[in-house]
Design a protein around this ligand. Structure first.
Ligand SMILES: [Zn+2]
Length: 475
């Protein structure tokens, strides 16, 4: 998250004025609306007079210092009571705010002292320490609703690595802002929106999204909540990526050929579970990264890849050369989006397709006697031709043998992508010839599902499925 808390440059001066109005102040509505939210931690609203006329009438509101106590004398009593006395003595400072109306809208605010206490018996900083003002709360609440985690929000508000941001927050009354403020805002928001029928599964979803990341964080894992705007419909889509640090290391060292696959039906929200796996030095497949994504599209997947790249140490840290997946268009697009190859100054990534899945697709599209010869030529191109030239020849033969209506399909979907699916282009590498399918991950996913019944899985929260996968990883 970027630095999210901004305040107008004159906020410190305005707060000073609103803290201790020594003479009558007149505020324009836009000024008042801008700065009053920064001063709400000074004052408690006591009462307001009724507004009789919006066409030239006025209403007066009375505010008492937040440290005002009615029983000022009693708190000085002896014994047990003493321990509960606040750090600050009660303060009797009061103000009144007169809202003057004209033509149906407030046209000015007149603020002045009220009562017989001329000024506070404490500093503004004392009040900033006790309570956060409305403006800070609003910024935090908006991020809570967007589903960011408390730690992320706290960091984004403080932006402590930027001194000017810290100064801005202090000037705006946020000297004592801390993560607990974000947690409180979250609790308050949940309390205000308890009805899931009204808010729909979206609320449930953001809640789960946050809980899942908090679980991973508590395990000491690397975790990041991600969002993306889908290119297809411009909708916001969500995901979360997590990994144990030592597994990220395995990916970094062994990620030359990386397998990725997704599986569905693992949780109540219907999010897709993705696993990225590589072979370790003893030749066993190790799941390194997991992520959950609300939708199966290239944009959210690319976002997940960016996170993984960052964890691996930035550009070139994940020395990916070959990515092997099934023929999902989204996964291919994500790899193109996230790995710019030579443009980014790293090796070009080749996206290879699982031979088993390619063969299944061939079978589906060319079943029956009408397509028999076409199918045979394409299957030969897929599995048996040993050179690029051989692959091309077989595809040409397949096109010639195909009925007219299939010819352009073969040209578009198979000829154009031949380097991704035909084994003839992988003969230079024993590793690529040996690992031709995504079945290691599919095996892992079926194992994951076999360990939980279908009913159980369908009731899993995001946190639930993450925990479940974690238990399988630790077997
Ligand atoms: Zn006071």
């Amino acid at each position: 998250m970027a630095h999210i808390f901004r305040a107008p440059p004159d906020v410190a001066v305005a707060r000073e004025k609103l803290f201790n109005p020594t003479e009558l102040q007149t505020w324009k509505p836009e000024q008042y609306d801008t700065f009053w939210p920064y001063a709400t931690n000074f004052w408690s609203h006591r009462r307001s007079t009724p507004l009789t006329d919006t066409q030239g009438g006025a209403r007066t509101s009375y505010y008492y210092c937040r440290l005002y106590r009615k029983e000022q004398a009693k708190s000085k009593g002896a014994g047990e009571r003493k321990k509960t006395i606040r750090r600050h003595p009660p303060c009797g400072k009061k103000i009144q705010v007169v809202t003057v109306w004209d033509a149906g809208v407030p046209c000015r605010y007149e603020i002045s002292g009220y009562g017989n206490v001329p000024e506070h018996n404490h500093t503004m900083d004392d009040l900033d320490a006790i309570k956060r003002n409305q403006r800070i709360k609003d910024v935090v609440a908006a991020s809570v609703q967007d589903g960011f985690r408390p730690a992320e929000i706290a960091d984004a508000v403080k932006a402590s690595h930027r001194p000017e941001a810290a100064a801005e927050l202090t000037a705006a009354g946020g000297t004592y802002f801390e993560r607990q403020d974000v947690i409180n805002a979250g609790l308050k928001w949940k309390k205000l929106h308890p009805d899931h029928r009204f808010l729909g599964p979206r609320f449930q979803m953001l809640d789960q999204w946050q809980a899942c990341a908090e679980w991973a964080e508590a395990q000491g894992y690397l975790v990041q909540n991600i969002t993306a705007i889908r290119q297809a419909d411009k909708l916001l889509t969500y995901g979360t990526v997590w990994a144990a640090e030592h597994r990220v290391n395995i990916l970094r060292l062994r990620g030359h050929l990386t397998l990725m696959d997704s599986t569905h039906d693992t949780n109540w929200l219907g999010w897709y579970l993705y696993t990225i796996a590589v072979r370790d030095e003893s030749g066993s497949w190790r799941p390194c990264i997991h992520f959950l994504a609300e939708t199966e599209d290239g944009d959210i997947l690319a976002e997940a890849f960016q996170v993984v790249k960052k964890w691996c140490g930035g550009r070139g840290g994940w020395r990916l050369r070959y990515m092997l997946t099934d023929d999902s268009a989204a996964e291919q697009r994500a790899v193109r989006l996230a790995f710019q190859g030579l443009e980014e100054g790293i090796t070009e990534i080749s996206h290879l397709l699982c031979v088993f899945h390619s063969e299944q697709t061939l079978k589906r599209n060319f079943s029956g006697p009408r397509y028999k010869r076409t199918y045979q030529h394409l299957r030969s191109a897929l599995r048996y031709r040993k050179t690029g030239a051989g692959v091309e020849e077989s595809i040409r033969l397949a096109i010639n043998a195909a009925p007219e209506e299939k010819q352009s399909y073969i040209y578009r979907e198979w000829w154009a992508t031949r380097q991704q699916w035909a084994l003839g282009y992988r003969t230079f590498s024993p590793l690529l010839l040996q690992i031709t399918t995504t079945s290691p991950i599919e095996g892992y996913h079926s194992h994951l599902k076999a360990k939980g019944t279908k009913t159980l899985m369908s009731r899993f929260s995001l946190e639930g499925i993450a925990k479940h996968a974690d238990a399988i990883d630790k077997e």
